[in-house]
Design a protein around this ligand. Structure first.
Ligand code: LLP
Length: 407
């Protein structure tokens, strides 16, 4: 019975009354993030990987209380930009690592500036990045990012392994390692990432770990201490998806990991996805011959994943009498004039009424972070929960905010 499984929080596990109160108090669209759940996810992960270095992939959710919570849990931060390094640093994360993918000059400048005060490790995915860092008189701690030529993930758009954009080709790793040391860098680690959203089949993951271990063996002369196998641990989005078998994943990792170095993992989604929901208000109910269109105030600018990856997110009506209504096939659509602006199509939901509140599940990962102001639509507010407490940790953007940068 998956519903009682503490490793999964389904949309039905959230208190409808509490979510209705939050929406009434703070308006919609509203992201809600439960820090208690973030802590539970971190504890479960640590128990499964007791000896690993765990660096949270900040890109999944960089809101301040989330970063503070994970810092308190002792996790490090894997950052994709100077902005993420700054946010993680300000939230008190002690282990900072910047994964530089084609890093803009401004990012390198800023990270090098921070590294003068706090230790920052930089993961380098191209030989040029070494030169550009040395040009800034920085030759600190680096990992080399290898392209493992093994990809995995929920959608082709999030499979990085094997894509030549990401990492140094394996046959070049040794030469780049020699260069790094020759230039005076402190080469401490190897990194690879296959992709995002690994769930049922663990064979791709095992292949990645094996491949990374082989590449680590090529670096035997360089005495590296850390090998990070990236993130990608999936969560069930569909009501019928089984949860990730974390025990099996940890075992597969142990079996395949042959490097003589400390294992590192950098999960994002797994820690925060089911800690978040997005609340949206129904403003229009329109029967059509094909479907009942449910117009809501949150669309692709609030949550981009359905438009971008055809991602499935569970949707629940929070109407107090939802269970007494019949169901109807619906299309849940946002306010943006684009046919990609639907949160769900062909979804059976309780017969909708204008004013109903809907909750969108698993919105804690890659939700607010990917929000945009397309159509000059201000971004939602974010409300944090911790036990009985709740507070707005990101205020709602306003139309006036949108003009702030004009000059
Ligand atoms: N490490 C590296 C180097 C990464 O590029 C990523 C994600 C992670 C770790 C964390 O992956 P996770 O554990 O969260 O799967 N916006 C997409 C996901 C993009 C992931 C990009 N890289 C989505 O909403 O599905």
């Amino acid at each position: 019975d998956l519903d009682g499984n503490p490793a999964v929080r389904r949309l039905g596990d959230w208190s409808a009354a509490r979510l209705r109160d939050l929406a009434a108090d703070h308006g919609t669209p509203l992201y809600v993030v439960d820090l208690g759940r973030v802590r539970e996810n971190a504890a479960r992960l640590r128990a499964a990987f007791p000896d690993a270095a765990i660096d949270y992939a900040v890109k999944a959710n960089a809101r301040k209380p989330v970063l503070e919570t994970l810092a308190e849990e002792g996790l490090g931060a894997e950052c994709a930009s100077a902005g993420e390094v700054v946010r993680a640093y300000e939230a008190g994360v002690s282990t900072l690592r910047y994964t530089a993918v084609n890093p803009p000059a401004r990012d390198l400048d800023r990270v090098v500036e921070i590294a003068a005060e706090r230790e920052v490790t930089i993961t380098v995915g191209a030989r040029d990045t070494l030169t550009r860092l040395a040009d800034r008189d920085w030759t600190g701690r680096v990992y080399l990012r290898a392209n493992p030529a093994v990809g995995a993930g929920h959608h082709e758009k999030v499979r990085t392994g094997g894509d030549p954009t990401f990492g140094i080709p394996a046959e070049r790793i040794e030469a780049v390692a020699a260069d790094a040391e020759g230039m005076g860098f402190d080469l401490v680690g190897l990194h690879a990432h296959a992709g995002s959203g690994i769930l049922g089949d663990l064979s791709g993951h095992a292949a990645l770990v094996e491949r990374v271990s082989e590449i680590a063996a090529d670096l035997a002369d360089h005495d590296i201490d850390a090998v990070s196998i990236g993130g990608g641990f999936g969560v069930p989005y569909h009501e019928t998806d089984p949860p990730l078998d974390l025990g099996a994943l940890a075992e597969a990792t142990r079996d395949a990991f042959g490097a003589d170095a400390r294992l590192g993992i950098e999960p994002g989604r797994y820690l925060v996805a089911d800690a978040g929901v997005l609340l949206a208000r129904v403003n229009t109910v329109k029967p059509t011959p094909e479907t009942t269109v449910v117009g809501v105030d949150a669309g692709m600018t609030a949550l981009a994943r359905p438009a971008l990856y055809d991602a499935y997110h569970a949707i629940r009506s929070l109407a107090a009498d939802a269970s007494e209504r019949g169901t109807v096939a619906t299309t849940v659509a946002g306010p943006v004039c684009e046919s990609s602006d639907t949160l769900a199509r062909g979804r059976s939901l309780p017969v909708p009424e204008r004013g109903d509140l809907l909750a969108v599940g698993n919105a804690g990962a890659y939700g607010y972070e990917m929000a945009s102001t397309y159509n000059s639509r201000p971004r939602p507010a974010v409300c944090a929960l911790d036990g009985d407490e709740s507070w707005v940790c990101v205020r709602r953007e306003t139309v006036d905010d949108l003009s702030r940068l004009d000059q």
